[in-house]
Design a protein. Structure first.
Length: 115
């Protein structure tokens, strides 16, 4: 698999330039993964970091902000399962790995809730 920065990575356009507004497969996979992760209970925010595409498989690295009071390992495992299922269903690609990094835990009453 080749490693390619996910959506939002500055300056990455890939080998074949696309017309403005056209999403690459990596961008679509990243968006699908972030939406699937964000739907998991206990996830406040999810951002794709890297999408690695192979011929028939994909690897995804995500950064999450979770909510206080939830088991971080349980949330991470639920995110892995949700992302793998949604990406496979939407793209037909096998998901080789979903790496989850929790970058923050949102604590109600302590942390401001971003809008």
């Amino acid at each position: 698999m080749t490693s390619r920065p996910g959506p939002g990575a500055a300056g990455h356009r890939g080998a074949g330039a696309q017309r403005p507004g056209a999403d690459t497969l990596e961008q679509r996979v990243g968006r699908i993964a972030a939406e699937a992760a964000g739907a998991v209970r206990g996830v406040h925010d999810a951002q794709p970091v890297t999408v690695r595409l192979g011929d028939r498989a994909v690897g995804i690295d995500l950064r999450l902000v979770t909510r206080y009071g939830r088991s971080v390992p349980a949330v991470a495992e639920a995110v892995r399962a949700a992302v793998a299922g949604r990406v496979a269903a939407a793209t037909g690609l096998a998901v080789a790995v979903v790496t989850v990094t929790v970058v923050d835990v949102l604590v109600p009453g302590v942390d401001p809730v971003p809008r």
